[in-house]
Design a binder for this molecule. Sequence first.
Ligand SMILES: NC(=O)c1ccc[n+]([C@@H]2O[C@H](COP(=O)([O-])OP(=O)(O)OC[C@H]3O[C@@H](n4cnc5c(N)ncnc54)[C@H](OP(=O)(O)O)[C@@H]3O)[C@@H](O)[C@H]2O)c1
Length: 249
Amino acid sequence: MKVFIAGGTSGIGAALANLYLAKGYLVAICGRDLQKTVIENGNLTKYEVDVLNVEMLQLYVLDFVQQEPLDLFINTTGSYADDVARKIRYNESIDMLQINILGTINCFEIARKVMRKHNQGHIVTIASVSGTLHYPKASLYSKSKRAVIQIADAYRKALEPFGITVTTIAPGYVDTQKLRDLNQQNLSKKPYLVSQEEAAIYIADAIVKKKELYVFPWKMKVLMKFLSYFPARFLDIMMYKKAKWMKND
Ligand SMILES: NC(=O)c1ccc[n+]([C@@H]2O[C@H](COP(=O)([O-])OP(=O)(O)OC[C@H]3O[C@@H](n4cnc5c(N)ncnc54)[C@H](OP(=O)(O)O)[C@@H]3O)[C@@H](O)[C@H]2O)c1
């Protein structure tokens, strides 16, 4: 099995790389800074590349597959910032739009071209549980992840006739260094937090089961379903207050 993980240098992507390496799969990871990577394994190939550099990313994916089928392409790249209380900076907004939306499309485009040669493969993209809930004043992060869910839906529809599967993963809070850094190392106010190793197990299971949209953990999924029955105006107020409470603002 050949697995390419865009963004496997840390967090959820790195946990997935470890999980697939333990199964004996051939795994490639990429990120903008390979020095972050601590994984050392003979079955691991590392590429330093930005997903916004579509030409280089494609070259590296082709270098990894070497004319063989690519079984799995997982895009875990993503940009999230301290967006919750609507104090996000311009550069952070642009990063979020580019990496979360443009980067997602770049990954889909490269993976579908490579997989179409053999008419097989599975493309997985990481959205967020926050993207599953619609309300007008949701954060830019939630809006961009909602876009990811829609983009994946369109690719699923287009690629299904050609034997290519698409899975969207919508995680709740996952205990990664990035999430910790954004919360002054304190995740005590994050409900239903799961470790990155648990997240990797949930995601790998959803991939085996070829889920279309997989939300985890289940308590977060139930909470989102419950919240979806509330009027949008109520959600606007409630989510804003929750964000300020989480930030002690
Ligand atoms: N942690 C959570 O609670 C949570 C919840 C819901 C959804 N998510 C989503 O899950 C994904 C992973 O999150 P995480 O917490 O594991 O974050 P993370 O540790 O920062 O992982 C992100 C990975 O993507 C890479 N990356 C980011 N931008 C890139 C770019 N432009 N080109 C190439 N690689 C890039 C990073 O490496 P470099 O910095 O070296 O490029 C890193 O390897 C994100 O999409 C996030 O939105 C996370």
